[in-house]
Design a binder for this molecule. Structure first.
Ligand SMILES: Nc1ncnc2c1ncn2[C@@H]1O[C@H](COP(=O)(O)OP(=O)(O)O)[C@@H](O)[C@H]1O
Ligand SMILES: [Mg+2]
Length: 368
């Protein structure tokens, strides 16, 4: 069998650039080199694409960028890659000096805006290249908390009460927006940029003064803001894998060490606890799994997603929090860990995702 040419893309313009570096390092280490020819492309925080031929060990620290520049200089390459559809029409990446490389499938190991939100997915659609993960529509829907919550509401999926508004509306009439929030919810509330991830820009708020500060912070990341009632619940996550017939893993529980599962707690403090699989009654486990598959299908996800829920402490109700279409993917991240607990190892997971990408592409090509 000939090797599959995979382009792994990492970094990116989002606030989750560093998270992507961690995920990509794990993916690259685990990918079976007998099966795959790997081309590595890093996207800088400013959005420049650079071909990276250096060591996997230099990605996480950010050193890859300088190494890519030096390598390009030495080889008389243009540092930057232009990604254009080729004359052959399929699967070719054009590099700065006119050299091309055939790509069978792209694995965008990118989190957050410009990576997980349908934008880069659209680029690969244009280029006619299969890519790992969810398509354009589902990616953008899942990334936009205001839109996905609206859809979940319409479909009667249980979730926290929320209020979404534009930063512009807020700037024009701060008092009215603040009053509306206070009428609708009792503290604590959560303030979030609509499009973000990894808890970036999110604040748990206990009073009006903090509410203003939290909105200002969230407004740094997006023009749209979502405020939600604070749920007193257990945080449960579930991994979903597949295209039209997705399967759900055993759920896991996160026990944050901070007041909530914030950025520091997620990636640096290392003091959160995880129960994988979660210690829950059988019927609750099944409830989480079936809700996860339902939501996955509702958004029309493909490849993978992690569905995050709360189990409300008082009522035991399962409430949907959000869907992550490119969840953290290091070897110790929740998504792969839940699969491991369910019987799929990390390496196999990567193989399946690549197969699913090609399968989805072929199905769509038949239609085209
Ligand atoms: N409505 C809520 N009630 C209680 N905790 C919440 C709520 N919304 C968010 N959180 C906490 O904040 C974390 C991050 O929020 P989330 O909506 O998942 O954003 P992100 O996309 O950045 O992960 C959650 O994992 C949870 O700990
Ligand atoms: Mg989350």
């Amino acid at each position: 069998m000939s090797k599959i040419n995979v382009m792994v893309v990492f970094g990116g313009r989002s606030g989750e650039h560093e998270v992507s570096l961690m995920s990509a390092t794990s993916v690259l280490r685990a990918m079976n080199k007998e099966k795959y020819n790997i081309t590595t492309v890093g996207i800088t925080k400013k959005g420049i694409w650079k071909l990276y031929r250096g060591s996997i060990d230099k990605i996480q620290s950010g050193e890859w960028e300088g190494i890519a520049d030096n390598w390009a200089k030495e080889n008389n390459f243009s540092t930057n890659i232009s990604v254009l559809p080729s004359e052959e029409g399929k699967g070719i990446i054009n590099f700065g000096d006119g050299k091309t490389e055939k790509i069978d499938v792209v694995f965008p190991v990118l989190h957050g805006p410009f990576g997980e939100d349908g934008t880069i997915q659209g680029l690969f659609e244009m280029m006619n290249i299969p890519y790992v993960g969810t398509g354009v529509l589902a990616s953008s829907l899942a990334m936009d908390k205001a839109m996905s919550k609206k859809l979940f509401e319409l479909e009667g999926i249980p979730q926290a009460k929320y209020h979404a508004f534009l930063v512009k509306e807020y700037k024009e009439n701060e008092k009215e927006v603040l009053d509306t929030i206070e009428e609708k919810f009792t503290y604590p509330v959560f303030v979030k940029p609509a499009n973000m991830g990894s808890s970036v820009g999110i604040t748990k708020v206990h009073n009006r003064e903090k509410l203003e500060k939290a909105i200002e912070l969230a407004a740094k990341y997006d023009r749209k803001i979502v405020v939600e009632e604070g749920i007193n619940g257990r945080e449960i996550e579930c991994s979903v894998l597949g295209n039209d017939e997705p399967i759900a893993s055993l759920p896991a529980e996160i026990i944050p060490s901070a007041e909530f599962y914030d950025y520091n707690d997620k990636y640096f403090a290392g003091t959160s606890k995880f129960e994988i699989p979660a210690n829950l009654p059988e019927d609750v486990i099944e409830g989480i799994r079936s809700l996860s598959v339902k939501v996955y299908k509702l958004l029309d996800c493909s490849g993978l997603s992690r569905v995050d829920c709360f189990i409300e402490r008082d009522s035991n109700r399962i409430l949907l929090n959000e869907v992550n279409t490119m969840p953290g993917f290091t070897q110790i991240s929740m998504y792969p860990k839940m699969w491991e607990a369910t019987g799929i190892e990390y390496e196999e997971l990567i193989d399946r995702l690549i197969e699913l990408a090609i399968e989805r592409f072929n199905e769509r090509s038949i239609l085209g």
